[in-house]
Design a protein around this ligand. Structure first.
Ligand SMILES: Cc1cc2nc3c(=O)[nH]c(=O)nc-3n(C[C@H](O)[C@H](O)[C@H](O)COP(=O)(O)O)c2cc1C
Length: 200
């Protein structure tokens, strides 16, 4: 299901075609594809090449999958339970080389998950990130220590049947993707956008 994306300027297909779906098919995600998706994540840049990301991968039918699913808020469980793969996205807080706090640990994880999301498109798959989950429960259930933070969950799978979604979800599933106006986000001067807009 490709959504038409109205961009201001031309962009590559992977960014243009990625969107956060909720209709997932029961079709199993091939291990090779899943490995490529995770491999892409590991090639994200990170401060001092720390690579603070860690991923706990649950494939449907496994105990890991059920444990991740149980951390999601009810609304997310409704649709994410159809996705074939659920991944817990975790970041290490301190640098490994000196144990100093890494101020970009979550930023770096975010980049890795973005790479993951783009590779899902490349593999003909779909993904949907979530922070509607209980990170404390996730940390406890998976035995994380304080050195790590569970930041988000991503659902991955093949596209399903949108008609099977509840009405409220169907609406956003078929809606045109929206973004704030490019000019209101990209500045070329002081940040005082209300008083003195200096935009591209
Ligand atoms: C960090 C993060 C957390 C999100 N949390 C949720 C969530 O808990 N439930 C949900 O349905 N969508 C969630 N989303 C999806 C966003 O709503 C979605 O990315 C946004 O509306 C833009 O739509 P698009 O991804 O289709 O372009 C989340 C996305 C991100 C990046």
């Amino acid at each position: 299901m490709i959504k038409k994306t109205k961009t201001t300027y031309p962009i590559n297909n992977l960014v243009e075609q990625r969107w956060s779906n909720r209709a997932f098919s029961p079709q199993i995600v091939e291990t090779e594809k899943l490995n490529s998706i995770l491999e892409a994540a590991t090639w994200a840049p990170s401060a001092f090449n720390e690579q603070p990301w860690r991923f706990i991968v649950g494939q449907k039918g496994s105990e890991t999958y059920s444990k991740i699913l149980n951390t999601l808020v009810e609304w997310n469980q409704k649709w994410a339970s159809n996705a074939n793969v659920l991944i817990l996205n975790i970041a290490k807080k301190n640098f490994s080389k000196n144990d100093n706090f890494n101020p970009t640990f979550e930023y770096d994880l975010g980049q890795a998950v973005a790479f993951m999301a783009l590779e899902t498109v490349n593999q003909g798959l779909f993904s949907h990130q979530m922070t509607g989950f209980d990170p404390v429960k996730a940390a406890t259930d998976f035995g994380l220590d304080d050195g790590f933070k569970v930041v988000s969950v991503i659902a991955i799978g093949y596209y399903g049947d949108a008609k099977e979604l509840p009405t409220d979800m169907l609406e956003s599933e078929t809606a045109i993707r929206e973004r704030k106006d490019f000019k209101s986000l990209v500045l070329n001067g002081d940040f005082d956008i209300l008083e003195n807009p200096t935009l591209f």
